[in-house]
Ligand binder design. Structure first.
Ligand SMILES: *Cc1c(COP(=O)(O)O)cnc(C)c1O
Length: 295
């Protein structure tokens, strides 16, 4: 199936709206069943740079269920570039994500977890001058610039808050730079105690004024990156049953859960109009044991 921006739409969430607050969700997940919409946006300028350079191979880093890995494989194939995925940890068992990446033509190199931490060294052990490197998760200025395109897909100027899930902070930086001065971007960090995040987001912003426009919330990681609890599964099933919105276990379930909780706690002022960014990631649910999710 081809990636298709025509499928992306904004949908109201009735169960997160009342007379005080209105909540909509931008369904970037409808872009493609495997390729996360936000990863696609983040990769655009990296790919453009690679295409105009003499380098014909894109290489990047990620785990066995990484949305970034599979999106890079897909995007490189679409543009006729080769791709290499440096994968964290030795090969164990089967990963549908990595199988998809390979089916898009990516070459996978498994690296032991300790060695994986030293990305510079890995780059030097593959000293092919033909390789264009992209940071893990697409972190960097070109990534943020690409993600800013998410805001201009639709007229979003009437929202008071744009709320998104945050890993590296690249997508959030792009959103902050693209919103109107009076709009706020709220980021839900899905990593545990990732307090360096504020600096990482700020360093991708060009305008000092835009640094006033965002806040980060660290209370909804559910134990840490990719950790899952029964409460989270119950929430995902509840959201699906009520609104037919599928969410992923790593990012968007924690995001929407957070928005519901923050609304209940009265954090958003009366009259707020929220736009949640459904950044995709549904392919990662293939790591969940069967029977946990009803969609
Ligand atoms: C990668 C990812 C994010 C986080 O993006 P960052 O730019 O790393 O903060 C959010 N949602 C989904 C589905 C993702 O795949």
């Amino acid at each position: 199936m081809h990636a298709n921006l025509q499928n992306v739409r904004i949908q109201p969430i009735r169960v997160l709206s009342d007379e005080r607050i209105h909540t909509d969700i931008l369904r970037l997940d409808l872009f493609h069943p495997i390729v996360s919409g936000n990863k696609w946006f983040k990769l655009q300028y990296y790919l453009e740079e690679a295409l105009v350079s003499p380098k014909k191979t894109i290489a990047t880093f990620g785990g066995a269920f990484s949305n970034h890995i599979v999106a890079t494989a897909f995007a490189a194939a679409e543009l006729g570039l080769n791709s290499i995925g440096i994968i964290r940890g030795e090969k164990i068992g089967d990963s549908p994500t990595l199988r998809d990446a390979e089916s898009y033509g990516m070459n996978l190199v498994h690296i032991d977890r300790n060695e994986y931490q030293n990305k510079e060294k890995i780059r030097h052990t593959l000293p092919d001058p033909d390789i264009y490197w992209v940071n893990e998760g697409g972190y960097g200025h070109p990534g943020a610039k690409g993600a800013s395109g998410i805001i201009s897909l639709f007229d979003t100027s009437h929202y008071s808050h744009v709320v998104c899930a945050v890993g590296t902070g690249t997508m959030m930086s792009g959103l902050i730079s693209a919103v109107q001065p009076e709009q706020n971007v709220v980021g839900i960090s899905i990593l545990k105690n990732h307090f360096g995040l504020k600096k990482e987001v700020t360093s991708l912003l060009s305008h000092t004024a835009s640094q006033e426009r965002f806040s980060l919330i660290h209370d909804y990681h559910f134990g840490g990156y990719a950790r899952q609890t029964q409460e989270l599964f119950d929430f995902m099933n509840w959201l699906w049953e009520n609104e037919q919105i599928p969410t992923d276990i790593v990012y968007t379930s924690k995001l929407v859960f957070a928005v519901k909780d923050l609304i209940n706690k009265g954090v958003f002022p009366k009259g707020s109009r929220l736009l949640i960014i459904h950044s995709g990631g549904l392919q990662g649910n293939r790591s969940v044991s069967p029977g946990k999710l009803c969609f």
